[in-house]
Every structure is written in structure tokens, then in C-alpha cells.
Write a protein that binds this ligand. Structure first.
Ligand code: ACO
Length: 389
């Protein structure tokens, strides 16, 4: 009897929903988002609980290695990653020119170029040609360096000298230190750390998917990360927190809230910091960050609370049935503002956290040799037509 072979014929094309919403394209052990429940997790743990109870380094270890570290593992991981914060000399030397050339584009755009230099300087090899241990070493090095690159690019753009990393500070505290050049307030460092933990990973969002698509080609880790950063930078994804604060500025006072929101929605504009591709409830990250903001209190938090309440009510009235609630970006902006981060660094700060999640996703994707290659339906003029001469 002949052996049964796998059918290699191309299946009939399936029409995926717009935006690939709800389409499962991979298996992952990294975590998941349950949109209807308002819940998300890293590995088997609630991400919000991790943000409440653990440090960034512990969660980084969990996401990258698969388990929460014990005391000895944590000490080793913390020392190892802290030592990787320093930039290669050639990269440090190139940053002033990068910051000058990209003055109007901000640190995230500069990061893409700087990371390409980091990859070139380190000779980062294609995922296809490297083993899991060296891929993981590359991922640790890049994630450790991203805060150094972003803060240096920001400071250079402001005409300031970059601040060298300190190995005695946590990832979050050192980030604030490199940004300001001052010893960070512990409450600010912890608030930023909680935000960073909450933003590490979040299912197959646009930037993670982008990174995994590039990883599926066998390209190097840095190429995957640069693509992911590009996707994150868009206002419909990670580019919203400073815009949410701009909205608070534009509203100005509580009594102007309803008129402003109604005018925005009547003009077809979206309210930044509201709505989500997956959540049909309040975004659990915003619940966490609201708690963090409440811990600081003050007029900005009171005003944000008022705008949140009115925006949710008006979205329910004017966009009925759509379940538009607050997302992570709204209170992320408020918390970062309270911690003294400049607005130009809001999305870059998101990127500091997400680089860890992207890296874990890219490493996971690299274990699957199948290239991601969907199809498109051609809707142009019928082909072939004679080429004009
Ligand atoms: N303000 C007004 N209307 C909105 C908003 C909003 N913030 N969000 C969605 N809608 C409308 C859409 O226009 C759509 O209406 P339509 O059917 O008449 O076109 C309807 O609600 C349904 O949208 P969804 O399918 O729920 O959302 P989608 O998946 O298309 O978009 C997105 C999700 C991009 C986050 C959207 O809600 C948005 O643009 N929000 C504002 C920007 C923002 O806050 N971005 C950060 C997202 S969080 C993150 O990526 C980390």
C-alpha cells in the first residue's frame, strides 16, 4: 500500500476579515488578551497582578526565559542586564549626528537608525543562521540598550549631553536617571516601572505582528525590531498618549468637556485614549494606571477622571453599540506627565517596555521555519493589458 503523503497543493484562498480581526495566525506560549473579559496575561500570570507585585526585571525574565526568577537568578539577571546598558563606542559617536538630522522626528525615529547601527556594530546574525542561545543573548543586549539610546537621542535633541547609565539602579530608575540626570524620586521610578511592566506585551497587536512577520523571513533581530518600532509609532497604536494629553490641554476646563468632545465626534475625529481593537470593556491596563495616578492625586488626575467619565458617556450616546471605553494610552499619558517625563518621550517609553515583548515574540517566531505570506485580492483594472509604447 502506498504511503500517505501530505497534500502540498495550495488551498483555495480564504477571505480574512478586514484588519485580520479575530484571525488566529500562530500559537504562542507568551500570553494572551481576552477582550470580552478585560483580562490579559504574560505566560500564566495576570499582567496587572505582575505590575502590582513584581519588578520589571522579574517580568523581563519571565517573558524571555519562561519563569519568574528565584533570588539568585534575579540577582544574576539584574547584574547581567545592567552591564549591557552601555553603548558601543561607534554607536555613541554617531548619536549627535542622528539627533541633529532627526530633530523634527523625535527619538523613536532616531532609535530605528541607531538600532541598525547597534546590529551592524555587534554583527547580529540572521535569526535563520543563529542558535537559540545567541538569539537570546542578542535580545538581552538590545533590550538593555534601548533606554540608553532613547534617552541619549532625546537629550541630544534638547541640546543636552547624554547621561551614562548607572548599573546600581533598576531598569526603570536608571531610565529616569538617564532622562533627567538626577536621582529619581522612588515613587516616580515605581510608577514608571509599573507602566513598563503593563506595556511589555499584548497579544498579536500591529507592532508584534510586524516583528513576527519579519522574523518569519529569518532576518536578524534588529531588522524585526525596527519594523515593530515603525508600526508602534502610528497614532492608532502607540502614538496616542501624548495626543490624549493634548486633548486634555485643548479641553482646558471641566465645563468645556462636553462641547469639545461633541465637536470632535461630529467632525469625524477619534478621541485619543479611547476604543480598542480587542477590548470591549475597560482596558485592564488603564484600570491599573488609574490606580497609580490616583496614588499621586492632584488637579490633572481629577480633570482626567472627569474627561474619562464624560467621554465614555458621550461615546455611548453618539456611537451606540460600539462599546468604546478607555484604553491604556489615556492614563499612561497622565502617569508619565505626573512623573515628569517630557511628552516627546511618552511613546518612546512605551517602546522601552515593548522591546522586551517584541523580542520574546521574535524568538518564538524564529522557532517556526514557515514564512508568513498571506495574499491580497487584486481589484485594479483587468490584466494583462498591452503595455503602452
Ligand atoms: N473615538 C471615536 N470613535 C471611535 C474611537 C474613538 N477613540 N475608536 C473607535 N471608534 C469608532 C470607529 O470609528 C468605528 O466606527 P465606524 O464603525 O463608524 O467606523 C467604531 O468605533 C468601531 O471601532 P472598533 O472596531 O471598535 O475599533 P478599531 O479596531 O477599528 O480601532 C483603535 C481600534 C484604532 C484603537 C480605535 O479605537 C482608535 O482609533 N482609538 C483612538 C486612538 C488610540 O487611542 N490609540 C491607542 C490604542 S491602544 C494601543 O494600541 C496601545
Amino acid at each position: 500500500m502506498p504511503l500517505q503523503t501530505t497534500d502540498t497543493r495550495t488551498p483555495a484562498p480564504l477571505r480574512a476579515p478586514r484588519g485580520l480581526a479575530g484571525v488566529v495566525v500562530a500559537d504562542t506560549e507568551l500570553g494572551d488578551v481576552r477582550g470580552e473579559e478585560g483580562f490579559y496575561h504574560y505566560r500564566q500570570y495576570s499582567a496587572v497582578e505582575l505590575a502590582r507585585t513584581r519588578t520589571f526585571e522579574e517580568v523581563w525574565h519571565l517573558v524571555l526565559h519562561g519563569d519568574l526568577p528565584d533570588g539568585e537568578q534575579l540577582a544574576d539577571f539584574t547584574a547581567r542586564t545592567a552591564a549591557l546598558r552601555h553603548l558601543p563606542e561607534a554607536v555613541g559617536q554617531a548619536l549627535p549626528a542622528l539627533a541633529r538630522a532627526g530633530a523634527g522626528s523625535g527619538p523613536l525615529a532616531g532609535l530605528r537608525t541607531a538600532l541598525s547601527l547597534v546590529g551592524a556594530a555587534a554583527g547580529t546574525r540572521p535569526l535563520y543562521d543563529s542558535d537559540p542561545a545567541s538569539r537570546r543573548a542578542d535580545a538581552l543586549a538590545v533590550c538593555a540598550m534601548v533606554p540608553t539610546l532613547l534617552t541619549a537621542l532625546h537629550r541630544l535633541g534638547e541640546g543636552l549631553t547624554p547621561v551614562a547609565p548607572r548599573e546600581d539602579l533598576s531598569h526603570a530608575a536608571n531610565y529616569l536617571y538617564m532622562l533627567t540626570g538626577e536621582e529619581p524620586d522612588p515613587a516616580h521610578a515605581r510608577a514608571v516601572e509599573q507602566y513598563l511592566i503593563a506595556a511589555v506585551d499584548h497579544g498579536f497587536n500591529a507592532s508584534t505582528f510586524t516583528g513576527r512577520v519579519i522574523a518569519s523571513t529569518g532576518a536578524d533581530l534588529v531588522a524585526c525590531l525596527c519594523g515593530a518600532i515603525g508600526a508602534l509609532s502610528g497614532p492608532l497604536h502607540g502614538g496616542a498618549p501624548s495626543r490624549a494629553l493634548q486633548a486634555l490641554d485643548a479641553i482646558g476646563t471641566p465645563e468645556r468637556t462636553d462641547d469639545w468632545i461633541r465637536a470632535q465626534l461630529a467632525g469625524g475625529e477619534r478621541l485619543m485614549g479611547f476604543g480598542h481593537a480587542v477590548y470591549r470593556t475597560e482596558d485592564p491596563r488603564s484600570r491599573l494606571l488609574k490606580e497609580v495616578a490616583d496614588g499621586f492625586g492632584g488637579p490633572l488626575v481629577d480633570f482626567a477622571r472627569h474627561v474619562e467619565e464624560r467621554a465614555e458617556a458621550l461615546l455611548a450616546e453618539l456611537k451606540p453599540g460600539r462599546e468604546l471605553h478607555i484604553n491604556v494610552e489615556f492614563y499612561a499619558g497622565v502617569v508619565m506627565e505626573l512623573c515628569g517625563l517630557p511628552r516627546a518621550m511618552f511613546t518612546p517609553t512605551f517602546c522601552v517596555a515593548r522591546t522586551v515583548g517584541w523580542s520574546a515574540n521574535i524568538l518564538e517566531q524564529a522557532q517556526d521555519a514557515k514564512i508568513i505570506r498571506p495574499s491580497a485580492r487584486y481589484v485594479g483594472p483587468p490584466a494583462p493589458q498591452p503595455v503602452p509604447r
